[in-house]
Design a protein around this ligand. Structure first.
Ligand code: XBP
Ligand code: MG
Length: 255
């Protein structure tokens, strides 16, 4: 039997396509708290701790349980969190539309190279669907939403990352097997999710995830790299490559 052919890339969004957490999601949460007259404020360091819980609604619930022992919990806690989170999403989308969050280095280049090479594209993320389409439209133009065959996002699966459900959902929608795809992640929870879905995974770390564990990733880098601005290899073997391009990805896929 011949080895499976590389047919598609499946991307995480937050931390992978763009550095959204510190200056995007965190700021939006704080604006939603202020609007709701809550005296909660997540500084950069605290948010790093809270990020271990994936999903914005789940993160707020965890914060209430662990950090707000005297908070008078409303009878309808689910409803309270849902409304607060809707406000957070509005603030986040506004931030994206203002152009506050650029794509990470090499992302646009790699998407273009992949499309030229006939690779299929998908997304598997924990965040709210509207956040993904708004990020794509704001950075690559509205037509880029259609570059992705599936945008698997948020509550479409019951269990968020590190469970594999969202990657399995994306694979199902694309009628692909995990052996035909390469995943892109930035965090330990993300890598646990993609690896449990049996996906080979390239990791690009960011400020919040550089100390995460990435055992099992095909390579761990600080970024995808651009022409004239090389990546730094954290673990794995990039040979003489200085950016993540199709030849390097094919090599990593085949080994
Ligand atoms: C991203 C997340 C998300 C965002 C917030 O994780 O955990 O929860 O921080 O998005 P990953 P929402 O990159 O592993 O998918 O508030 O829309 O849930
Ligand atoms: Mg991520």
């Amino acid at each position: 039997m011949s080895a499976p052919k590389l047919k598609a890339f499946i991307f995480d969004v937050d931390g992978t396509l763009a550095d959204t957490e510190r200056d995007g999601h965190r700021v939006a949460f704080n604006r939603a708290f202020a609007d709701a007259k809550l005296d909660w404020s997540w500084d950069v360091e605290t948010y790093g701790v809270l990020l271990k819980v994936t999903g914005g609604k789940e993160r707020v619930r965890y914060f209430i349980e662990k950090f707000q022992p005297v908070f008078d919990v409303p009878d309808d806690l689910d409803g309270f969190i849902r409304v607060l989170h809707q406000s957070k999403t509005r603030h986040y989308v506004e931030l994206l539309k203002s152009g506050a969050i650029p794509l990470r280095p090499g992302v646009e280049r790699l998407l273009n190279e992949a499309r030229s090479a006939g690779l299929r594209l998908g997304i598997a993320t924990t965040t709210t669907p509207e956040n993904v389409t708004t990020l794509l439209a704001a950075t690559l133009g509205p037509e880029s939403i259609d570059w992705f065959e599936v945008i698997a996002a948020g509550d479409v699966v019951p269990k968020k990352k590190p469970a594999p459900d969202i990657f399995l959902y994306a694979l199902r929608k694309m009628h692909l097997s995990s052996a035909e795809c390469m995943a892109f992640e930035d965090s330990e929870n993300g890598l646990l999710s993609s690896m449990q879905a049996d996906l080979k995974t390239i990791v690009t770390v960011n400020g919040y995830t550089r100390n995460d564990k990435f055992e099992g990733a095909v390579i761990v880098l600080d970024q995808l790299g651009e022409h004239g601005s090389a990546f730094t290899v954290i673990s794995g073997d990039a040979g003489d490559a200085s950016l993540v391009d199709m030849p390097l990805i094919r090599r990593l896929f085949e080994t």
